[in-house]
Design a binder for this molecule. Structure first.
Ligand code: IPE
Ligand code: IPE
Ligand code: MG
Ligand code: MG
Ligand code: MG
Length: 323
């Protein structure tokens, strides 16, 4: 019952999944993006959560894969919205094909996610579906807020946290909760699983924002500086706007309002402002706090401590991730 077994089961599942043939333009991008892999951590979380309560975690493999297919659908569309050139070290779908293809391929992936979720056994299916639908709507809400905030001058930290909770954390929460639902865990346990995922998710998105500035381009697989280029109101930018004064404030304002600029120059300038204000350390402290909170929720879960080892190790590993 090790992480390796879970990963192996997921890899097998994804390697035998077929997404459709004709028209080839509709289905090829799905194969392309899914084959690029990524961490596949959401389905792993589902399997780990199921295994907290039962040894029969194999029954969760297909529904778990639904969460990953859904996640990949959101990435395909997110990359259009964020004008992102790179995903997992390769050209994004809208760059390699075009935006219309990325929209439609993404749409059919969402349908495929539903197909896979139907593998939850009948008596637990309705709850799973209800929670999934709520989650999917919230992800859209978060994505819209994320875009709204790009052109807003003032965004509070609380608004940012609510936005990342919606666009990212709820899916991690659902991934864990789904594992509990499939295992037939109590409502109380399912709620705690969701809380664990929410807090880990907040730490995870804060870390994603940090890597977007400070990640190693060789490892990160996405365009470093993309958030700075599009004025994403990340925790780091919000803190910088609040902390900057005098010349630094003027400089930051200039870069936030400039209409035509050289991407490399803007990323370098804003990163230097972050450096001068100690923003990286602030973000790291915040990241640790949310992961800690998630781990404390895991402590509260009424399951043998031994069974929690893997999920705990997994969360700790995520804190230091570079990808
Ligand atoms: C990227 O998710 C989108 C965010 C919510 C930050 P991941 O970092 O899990 O991406 P992959 O699936 O491993 O590529
Ligand atoms: C992504 O947030 C959230 C969703 C895909 C729903 P980001 O836009 O920060 O994710 P990346 O950095 O492109 O992976
Ligand atoms: Mg985005
Ligand atoms: Mg993005
Ligand atoms: Mg990001």
């Amino acid at each position: 019952m090790t992480t390796k077994n879970f990963q192996q089961a997921l890899n097998e599942e994804f390697s035998q999944q077929t997404y459709g043939e004709n028209p080839v333009e509709l289905y090829e991008p799905i194969r392309y993006l899914m084959a690029l892999g990524g961490k596949r951590m959401r389905p792993l979380m589902t399997l780990m959560a199921t295994a907290l309560f039962t040894d029969d975690w194999q029954k969760a493999v297909k529904p778990a894969s639904a969460v990953e297919v859904f996640h990949n659908f959101t990435l395909m569309h997110d990359d259009i919205m964020d004008n992102a050139p790179l995903r997992r070290g390769k050209p994004t779908v809208h760059e390699k094909w075009n935006a219309n293809i990325a929209i439609l391929s993404g749409d059919v992936m969402l349908v495929q996610a539903y197909e896979l979720l139907m593998e939850v056994e009948d008596s637990r299916f309705k709850k799973a579906m209800k929670r999934f639908n709520r989650t999917a709507a919230e992800v859209c809400e978060g994505q819209q807020l994320d875009m709204n905030f790009e052109s807003r001058e003032q965004v509070t930290e609380a608004e940012y946290l609510e936005m990342i909770k919606l666009k990212t954390s709820v899916l991690l929460g659902f991934a864990l909760e789904l594992g509990g639902i499939i295992a037939g865990a109590s409502d109380k346990s399912c709620e705690l699983l969701y809380e664990i995922g929410i807090n880990i998710g907040l730490g995870f998105q804060l870390k994603d924002d940090l890597l977007d500035v400070y990640g190693d381009p060789e490892k990160f697989g996405k365009q470093v500086g993309g958030d700075i280029i599009s004025n994403k109101k990340t925790f780091m930018l919000i803190e910088a706007i609040e902390k900057a004064s005098g010349e630094t404030k003027e400089l930051l304002d200039k870069w936030l309002n400039i209409k035509t600029f050289d991407n490399v120059e803007k990323v370098k300038a804003v990163t230097e402002i972050y450096d001068s204000l100690g923003i990286k350390q602030l973000a790291e402290t915040k990241i640790n706090a949310y992961f800690d909170k998630g781990l404390r929720c895991l402590d509260a879960l009424k399951v043998d401590e031994e069974r929690k080892t893997e999920l705990r190790a997994f969360a700790e590993m995520l804190i230091d991730r570079e990808v």
